[in-house]
Design a protein around this ligand. Sequence first.
Ligand SMILES: CCCCCCCC/C=C\CCCCCCCC(=O)N[C@@H](COP(=O)(O)O)[C@H](O)/C=C/CCCCCCCCCCCCC
Length: 218
Amino acid sequence: MAGSAVIEEQKFSLQEVLDTFKLCLSENQDVYVEHYVAGWRGLVKFMNSLGNVFTFISKDAVSKIQILVNFLNGENGSHYVTIQSMVKYELDNQLVDLDKRGSHPESGSRTLLRLHRALRWLELFLERLRTSTEDSKTSVMCADAYNESLSQHHPWLIRKAAGMAFCVLPGRPTFFEVMNVGGAERVVDMLGDAVPMISKVYQITEDLYAQNNLLELP
Ligand SMILES: CCCCCCCC/C=C\CCCCCCCC(=O)N[C@@H](COP(=O)(O)O)[C@H](O)/C=C/CCCCCCCCCCCCC
């Protein structure tokens, strides 16, 4: 009994991760940093379960998550509750390197921007997965989503390494299995639910950063 409870606890479900992103939005459409990073943590866990080849990607995501968690748990944590309050606080107090990296190389705003750009990749990838057919290749879907989004912010070397990692992604059936959601139909339903939510979180953040001229933070 106790053993099966433990096994149950360890089971990973992508549904739970995507549900975390649903918690991101407050009534006023502010984005909670706590749930945002929790969503990313879950995605990293999923990626790690795909194999060691993705470690260089997850390490970067983990370090960015940690920077944000440190702000959230730090003495000025109350300013980091939402992305909106974080941006306002950091701008009002000149805590962001706006043109080139200087005394605030790892501001919350700059760090979150990196994850935000990756969220666009996720949105595009999940939408491709949702509309994919049995013979669609995850490597191609992943690479297409990456080339349309995140790659534009990466130097040649990272693009090459990412391209190599995509080639060893498991095929669609294994991918769906690791997601632990159920059959293909359930996966499609779940994605139909999740993609608009991720898209909304992405758009709200994008608008906030655009209004404050923060989309190109170094
Ligand atoms: C149903 C399927 C669900 C898919 C689950 C996907 C899980 C994805 C989990 C994590 C994604 C990784 C997020 C990567 C954040 C990258 C942030 C970034 O751009 N960092 C670069 C810039 O940072 P600074 O140097 O300016 O501080 C950094 O240089 C990047 C280094 C690592 C390489 C990033 C490659 C990104 C590829 C994204 C595709 C991930 C493919 C995973 C396939 C499942």
